[in-house]
Design a protein around this ligand. Structure first.
Ligand SMILES: Nc1nc2c(ncn2[C@@H]2O[C@H](COP(=O)(O)OP(=O)(O)OP(=O)(O)O)[C@@H](O)[C@H]2O)c(=O)[nH]1
Ligand SMILES: [Mg+2]
Length: 253
């Protein structure tokens, strides 16, 4: 296993951004008021939050490339199959709070499936990936999701369906495939995105969305488990906090 602590993502996450309203499970634009207030009122540096994300899908669909584009901002044309699993940690700042995503990259090859599936547990987000230029890989996403869900508590993970290699398909083909993909996403209760690891299109935006949703959910869970915190709720101010560059943490929660 390789772990890399990469550079701070410059684009701090201030709000939610979806790919298309038709394919989004939630359309809210800002963090829950309780979360904003909790972030604003926290002080200190302890208690960094980390969420686990697992990426699954057929071999060769571009899982590793997607992660490498995001975490290392590079792209390799040559295919090197992932052996078992691998992971990266990416750091975010979300409404002023430091936040990490631990992104697990799994192998699509059948022979590694039992190794990879041992890492599905405790995923706050499950990303099921298919290749926009190979429609068969979309058909297999339901099975990948089912396998990942089996290892997790019901309703404990955000689910994403991601079409990769957008640069390889023409606009018309992409649109047609996306109609199918959005239908699949609805059935899977997933949010749909399309990306290109080669050009970088939508890659940062997608992972920022994953981070924002996972961050808010983990904050809400934490607030719910500490009822005393509710007494402190007041008016939050998301933007001014960011402008002041206030560094806060979750230590109070
Ligand atoms: N043109 C183009 N090629 C891509 C893109 N993403 C991945 N590829 C290529 O597709 C091939 C497979 O990519 P990987 O990222 O290794 O696929 P994977 O899903 O990790 O495969 P396994 O590890 O075997 O499960 C490589 O040759 C990549 O260069 C993309 O967005 N555009
Ligand atoms: Mg791989």
């Amino acid at each position: 296993l390789r772990q890399s602590l990469t550079q701070f993502v410059p684009a701090a996450v201030l709000s939610f951004q979806w790919y298309t309203p038709e394919a989004s499970l939630q359309l809210k634009e800002h963090f829950h008021a309780q979360v904003r207030t909790a972030c604003q009122q926290s002080t200190g540096t302890a208690g960094l939050k980390i969420s686990k994300v697992v990426v699954v899908g057929d071999l060769h669909v571009g899982k590793t490339s997607l992660i490498n584009r995001f975490c290392k901002d590079n792209f390799d044309r040559d295919y090197k199959a992932t052996i078992g699993v691998d992971f990266e940690i990416e750091r975010f700042e979300i409404i002023g709070m430091p936040y990490n995503l631990q992104i697990w990259d799994t192998a699509g090859q059948e022979k590694f499936k039992c190794i990879a599936s041992a890492y599905y547990r405790g995923a706050e987000a499950i990303i099921t990936v298919f290749d926009l230029a190979d429609i068969q890989t979309l058909d297999h996403t339901k099975q990948w999701l089912e396998d990942a869900l089996r290892e997790n508590e019901p309703d404990s993970s955000f689910i994403f369906l991601v079409g990769t290699k957008k640069d390889l398909v023409s606009g018309a083909v992409c649109e047609r495939t996306e109609l199918d993909a959005i239908r699949f996403a609805k059935e899977m209760q997933a949010e749909y995105w399309s990306v290109s690891a080669k050009t970088g299109e939508n890659v940062k935006e997608f992972f920022s969305r994953v981070a924002a949703l996972a961050f808010e959910q983990s904050m809400i869970k934490e607030l719910e488990s500490t009822p005393g915190h509710r007494a402190q709720i007041g008016a939050g101010n998301l933007i001014s906090m960011w402008k002041d560059n206030a560094r806060v943490s979750l230590s109070c929660c």
